[in-house]
Design a protein around this ligand. Structure first.
Ligand SMILES: CC(C)(COP(=O)(O)OP(=O)(O)OC[C@H]1O[C@@H](n2cnc3c(N)ncnc32)[C@H](O)[C@@H]1OP(=O)(O)O)[C@@H](O)C(=O)NCCC(=O)NCCS
Length: 91
């Protein structure tokens, strides 16, 4: 089981969260879901996608880096005292 939550605005589409059942991780499921959403919004004319990821969530950061996202900013104490790294990707 897996989920991907997005905010699909044309101006600033955003991945809100993504999650994969612990027993099904490292099988490429999250990467595949990101690929599908990128293709979907690209077909609607969107050129850039954004997300925030907690600075202590190394697995998610690796996932997004692996998918081609780059860090573009920092939101201090965004998640209950934990910084958020703002990332984006040109699609
Ligand atoms: C982050 C998460 C969604 C990744 O899902 P996944 O389906 O396992 O990810 P993928 O199999 O597509 O991984 C793609 C790449 O991301 C990186 N990656 C994923 N999990 C990783 C981990 N635990 N440690 C290091 N790198 C990791 C790797 O580069 C991986 O490629 P590889 O397996 O060939 O080395 C999953 O670990 C999860 O549900 N975590 C809990 C929820 C969460 O933190 N969500 C993010 C909120 S923003």
């Amino acid at each position: 089981m897996a989920l991907l939550c997005t905010e699909l605005s044309l101006m600033r589409p955003k991945i809100i969260t993504i999650g994969v059942n612990p027993e099904k991780r490292r099988l490429g499921i999250a990467s595949a879901m990101i690929g599908i959403i990128e293709k979907t919004i690209k077909n609607q004319g969107v050129k850039k996608i954004f997300l925030e990821v907690a600075s202590n969530n190394i697995a998610a950061q690796k996932l997004y880096e692996n998918a081609g996202f780059l860090p573009v900013g920092l939101r201090p104490k965004y998640y209950d005292g934990v910084d958020a790294i703002l990332m984006s990707k040109d699609i």
